[in-house]
Design a protein around this ligand. Structure first.
Ligand code: UDP
Ligand code: MG
Length: 319
């Protein structure tokens, strides 16, 4: 049986040799399967592509796909999953934060037939900036509250899946992909393995605080329209309040017989500002969804491949 292991790589020249060595160890440990290693070079600026080419030249199990520029990890994962030919497909990061040493246990679990996906989650966030952990936790709470998919806190993309699961994932054709949500959305029987957070072996993370924030919004907008409903509800609530205030004002005026209520300017101003803010926020929320629809409608490809190991092989054969 063929097992495909796929790795998205962006500027990972330093980490790749370690990863390759670790994967070789796993493949030696579980010799009953045959393997293909698919590396997707996501427009790296360092020598990642060269490292991959050298690996592919030495080891026939290694395949690579190289993008014309950086399209992001989501696109890289999609490309890798589409290219995979195996019956089982594994997904892991290049930086050894998804310990390959867990793979044999994952294969064993899948072999038992009691699940279709063996996924992993980190039980600690050791070595991560506390502020990042804090916001990550809040994000998971929020997204699970508002969406009907359950995204597990600390869930990694590190997982091994059977063919039907991968086909289901590939059948979701959206352009802006939020894999954590997609994995949860497709369902199937999932078994979770837990591990302690490991720090990346070399190189540095590609996530800035800002990009994580945008990613969080992306996740929410991709999987729920609840913010639109919240905007409607808040609007309704504020209308009720202001109507109540109007009634209060008239009753008050009639009782005290004061009609020229010039004092009250500050409260008027704060109401106006508050409402203005609310309207802008609601517009912004609508804008998010509109923009998403716009991008989906354009239907651009998720990535552009500049070269891959298959076409290189064919070229060589023709020569
Ligand atoms: N990655 C990628 N394209 C990107 C950013 C990241 O293919 O634009 C890959 C990266 O090479 C690594 C994985 O995605 O294999 C996870 O990236 P990183 O370690 O930076 O994320 P973190 O572990 O900090 O969440
Ligand atoms: Mg990492």
């Amino acid at each position: 049986m063929l097992v495909s292991l796929m790795v998205p790589c962006y500027n990972e020249e330093e980490a790749l040799p370690f990863l390759y060595e670790a994967l070789c160890k796993v493949m030696d440990e579980c010799p009953k399967y045959s393997y293909e290693l698919i590396f997707v070079n996501d427009g790296s600026r360092d020598k990642t592509l060269q490292v991959l080419k050298d690996m592919a030249a030495k080891d026939p199990r290694v395949r690579y796909i190289s993008f014309s520029r950086n399209f992001g990890k989501e696109a890289a994962m999609y490309a890798g999953l589409s290219a995979a030919k195996g019956e089982w497909i594994g997904l892991l990061d290049a930086d050894m934060q998804d310990p390959p040493s867990l793979l044999p246990e994952m294969f064993e679990t899948l072999e038992s037939g009691e699940c279709d996906i063996v996924a992993t989650r980190r039980v600690s966030r050791k070595g991560e900036p506390p502020i990042r952990s804090f916001f990550a936790r809040r994000f998971y709470r929020l997204i699970n509250k508002f969406t009907d998919v359950e995204i597990v806190d600390g869930a990694r993309d590190f997982r091994v899946m059977t063919r039907p699961v991968v086909n289901a994932i590939l059948s979701l054709s959206e352009r802006q992909r939020f894999s954590k949500g997609i994995f949860a959305w497709v369902g199937f029987r999932t078994k979770w393995l837990e591990f302690e957070n490991v720090e990346r072996i070399a190189g540095e993370t590609k996530w800035s605080f800002w990009s994580l924030f945008l990613y969080a919004i992306e996740g929410i907008v991709s999987f729920t329209t609840a913010p639109l409903r919240i905007a409607t509800l808040v609007g309704f609530f504020i209308s009720c309040l202001s109507f109540g205030y109007l009634v209060y004002y008239f009753v008050h005026a009639i009782m005290l017989r004061i009609w020229d209520d010039v004092p009250g300017y500050p409260s008027l101003l704060s109401f106006m500002l508050f409402l203005g803010g609310m309207v802008l926020m609601a517009l912004g929320i609508i804008g998010e969804y509109l923009a998403k629809t716009y991008i989906e409608v354009k239907h651009r490809p998720l990535y552009v491949i500049s070269e891959d190991s298959e076409s290189k092989k064919e070229e060589k054969e023709e020569d």
